[in-house]
Each structure stands twice: as structure tokens, then as C-alpha cells.
Ligand binder design. Structure first.
Ligand code: SAH
Length: 403
């Protein structure tokens, strides 16, 4: 709901200003529409129905995963695709993964969103309406800005949404903003004083590899990004969560775990290792490689967890949002892929299955990957000598992006 349009419409109708608050309270608590707002006069409800769309988004498709995850594809009023995901956990947590942009202007080589065309920044209301959609299904209590887009490139709208989310059940402390390391955004977030969690998508602890898989690193190199995160920790006393997607033969070697230990202060950073969700460009590290990598971090006092993969059978997992919703029947179904047999009860998987070969790809566990491989239906070509030897060619350089 566009609350600015709502306020203007109410003012034009000569209504007292508290009416906007009443309407918002209903929407934030999951009302299905204006008709439910029984403390507004019927004539006013009809007028709002006419003049202020109840949501800025329309639902195009919805897919339900076996683990209870729901992915919804919306369109904005001007037809831009936006995806959001509801994740249901056994302990009762209901976490919503929100998009901040339609598409993404960055071109991280492992992420499906980076391969689709960038549309535009979303408004605060378009971000909020993703959460409200799920709030109408059931109460929600956590939000992660880990859907489409780079939240720090649209920070005003993201913070605008954060200011309203507590009304819908999600406090700022239960909200996490994930960034590629967009330094000016990190600094603004720190200065805002908002108690939201900062998460950093790191994925490599040296500049050459990080630039190869995340071209934005050329604009904001590792040392600058880590220094900004460090200042965030010092100013807020809240640890920064580091996300590290595990790519077989690319960033999962023993010495790369040691590099990570060298650059991350365990008092300020906690690592979340992410099993790679297939997008066509890489192969994920196997479970053993992930466990070994994690052991090195923990031996050196760096806290590390392995993220549970949710919704992979409907392409709703991290990095798989690309404006196309796969009906569950069309999704690849492999017994136990999400830690349970197909048709099992919804709830938390006990283990993810990293290293699952991507559909249509070569059988068996791959030991190496091909950064820079154009994403598509074809299997990756033979493996280059090293990721550093194959700089990623991208049509849009991260250097040329506007701040
Ligand atoms: N642009 C922001 C937020 C969106 S991505 C950011 O990059 O942080 C949310 C998380 O999913 C990031 O950590 C991202 O690196 C990760 N991710 C992207 N592609 C992935 C994939 N194919 N498998 C697993 N995680 C992936």
C-alpha cells in the first residue's frame, strides 16, 4: 500500500489525518482489503478501494516447496518482476526474504538474479507489500533483505520499509540487510543507528578471486569493505554476518579457509557457509569439503555455521530468484534432495545437500568450476587452470555504476 498516496487521498477527501494510521494498522495486521477496516466509514472504504490500490504489487505466480517454503512472483504496477520468499522453520519462526530491486545491476557470477535484466529500484511500499502479502497468510517475525537486488543501492527505500516493518510484526533486530559490500551504503546504515543486522556477502578472502566472481569488488575492494564492516561493529556492537557461498574448486580449499581466518576478526565477524544453489555456472562444494572448511575456521576461533538450504526444489533458494517461478511439478525432484523424501512433512530439513549436480549437468560430483561461464542451459565447458586466469567478462562494469 502506497502510504503517501493514501495520505494524499485522505487529505483530498477532507478526512482527519489519523485515518491513515487506522488503515495502515489494519494492513500491517494482515487485513485482506479495505472491506475489513470496520472502523473506517463505509463510504471512505469505497473511495479508497477506487483510488488507492490495496497493494502496489499483483501476484503472478506462487510456488510451494516440500519444506514449506513459498516463493511468490509479483509484478509492480509497471510490470516489473519481483520475487519474495516465505521460509517456515520448525521452531515456529517465519522469515521473509525480500527483494529491494527488480533484477540487480551487479553481476555476481554465481547468482541467478545478476543474469536477468536490471529493472529499477523498488519503492519502500513495493518492498513492504512483499512482506504484507505473506503477513496475510500468517504472522511473520523475521525479514532478510536477501532477495533480488542490492539493498545498499536503494537504501532510502529499504530503510523506509524497515521503519514500517515492526508494525507488521518484524522488529529491526530481527531484520537483516545483506550487501555485496557497497561501502557508502554500509556507512549510511551504520550512521542511521537502526539496530538491523548487517550481513556481508564475502565469498572470497582475496581480491583477485573476489573480483573474478564478484565484479563489484573492483569498485570496493576487500580491505575497504572489511574496514567499513569493522566500523559498523565498533559503532553498534553487533557482529557482522559473513556469507560465503561454497563453490567447488573455486573458493573451498584449505588455504582459502586460512585466508578467511586471516582477514576476519572473530570478535566482529561470524561466518555462514552457504551450500551453492544451482544456477548453471558452478558446482557446489560437497558436504565433506564444507565441513572441512568449517573446521579450519572453528579451529582458529572463527564461529561458522552452515546454512540450511530452503526451497531449492522451486528455485527459491539464495541466488535462484530470477523472475521465473518453477511449478513444483516441473522442478527437478530427487529423493532426499532437501534432506527429506518428497512428500514429507513441511518443516526444517536436518541437512542440506550441497554438491548436488545441477539439472542437465554432468553426472557426479564436480571438483572444479568455471567462473565467468555464461549462465545458460549448457553444461560448463572444460575447467580453466584457475579462476584468476579467467577474468570475468561482463557487459556492465561495476565501476560504471552510479552510487
Ligand atoms: N545483493 C545482496 C543481497 C542478495 S543475495 C547480497 O549479495 O548480499 C543474498 C545471498 O545469496 C548473498 O549472500 C548471495 O551471495 C547469496 N547467493 C547468491 N547466489 C547464490 C547461489 N547460487 N547459491 C547460494 N547462495 C547464493
Amino acid at each position: 500500500m502506497d502510504l503517501e498516496l493514501l495520505e494524499r487521498t485522505l487529505a483530498d477527501a477532507g478526512e482527519p489525518s489519523y485515518r491513515a494510521g487506522q488503515a495502515w494498522d489494519w494492513a500491517a495486521r494482515g487485513a485482506a482489503g479495505y472491506a475489513a477496516m470496520t472502523n473506517l466509514p463505509a463510504a471512505l472504504r469505497a473511495r479508497l478501494e477506487d483510488q488507492v490500490p490495496f497493494s502496489t504489487l499483483t501476484v503472478q505466480r506462487e510456488a510451494h516447496a516440500r519444506d514449506g517454503t513459498v516463493k511468490t512472483l509479483f509484478h509492480t504496477a509497471d510490470g516489473r518482476p519481483v520475487e519474495a520468499v516465505l521460509m517456515r522453520y520448525r521452531d515456529g519462526r517465519r522469515s521473509v526474504c525480500l527483494s529491494s530491486q527488480s533484477g540487480c545491476p551487479l553481476t555476481c557470477t554465481f547468482c541467478a538474479t545478476g543474469a536477468m535484466r536490471f529493472g529499477r529500484n523498488l519503492s519502500a511500499w513495493e518492498i513492504l507489500d512483499q512482506a504484507l502479502h505473506f503477513r496475510r497468510v500468517e504472522p511473520i517475525d523475521h525479514v532478510v533483505f536477501m532477495g533480488m537486488g542490492e539493498p545498499m543501492m536503494n537504501l532510502d527505500a529499504v530503510l523506509g520499509a524497515c521503519a514500517r516493518l515492526p508494525g507488521a510484526g518484524v522488529t529491526n533486530r530481527r531484520t537483516a540487510i545483506s550487501t555485496v559490500g557497497w561501502v557508502p551504503g554500509i556507512e549510511r546504515l551504520t550512521a542511521s543507528g537502526l539496530p538491523v543486522r548487517l550481513a556481508l556477502s564475502l565469498h572470497a578472502a582475496d581480491d583477485a578471486l573476489r573480483s573474478a566472481i564478484m565484479p563489484v569488488n573492483e569498485r570496493y575492494p576487500l580491505a575497504d569493505v572489511l574496514a567499513a564492516c569493522r566500523r559498523h561493529f565498533e559503532a553498534t556492537n553487533r557482529m557482522v554476518f559473513v556469507e560465503y557461498v561454497m563453490l567447488a574448486g573455486v573458493n573451498d580449499r584449505h588455504e582459502q579457509a586460512r585466508q578467511l581466518v586471516d582477514v576476519l576478526d572473530p570478535r566482529a565477524f561470524k561466518v555462514n557457509l552457504i551450500p551453492y544453489n544451482p544456477t548453471g555456472a558452478y558446482h557446489g562444494s560437497g558436504r565433506a569439503a564444507i565441513d572441512a572448511f568449517r573446521a579450519v575456521l572453528e579451529e582458529h576461533g572463527l564461529r561458522a555455521t552452515v546454512r540450511l538450504t530452503r526451497g531449492r526444489d522451486i528455485d527459491a533458494a539464495c541466488g535462484q530468484l530470477a523472475g521465473v517461478t518453477v511449478p513444483p511439478s516441473a522442478a527437478p525432484t530427487r529423493a532426499g534432495e532437501d534432506g527429506r523424501a518428497p512428500g514429507g512433512p513441511p518443516g526444517e530439513a536436518t541437512s542440506a545437500t550441497p554438491g548436488t549436480p545441477r539439472p542437465g549437468g554432468p553426472p557426479g560430483e564436480a571438483t572444479s568450476a568455471t567462473p565467468g561461464t555464461p549462465r545458460g542451459a549448457q553444461p560448463p565447458p572444460p575447467v580453466p587452470a584457475s579462476p584468476e586466469a579467467t577474468p570475468v567478462k561482463r557487459s556492465r562494469s561495476a565501476r560504471t555504476l552510479a552510487t
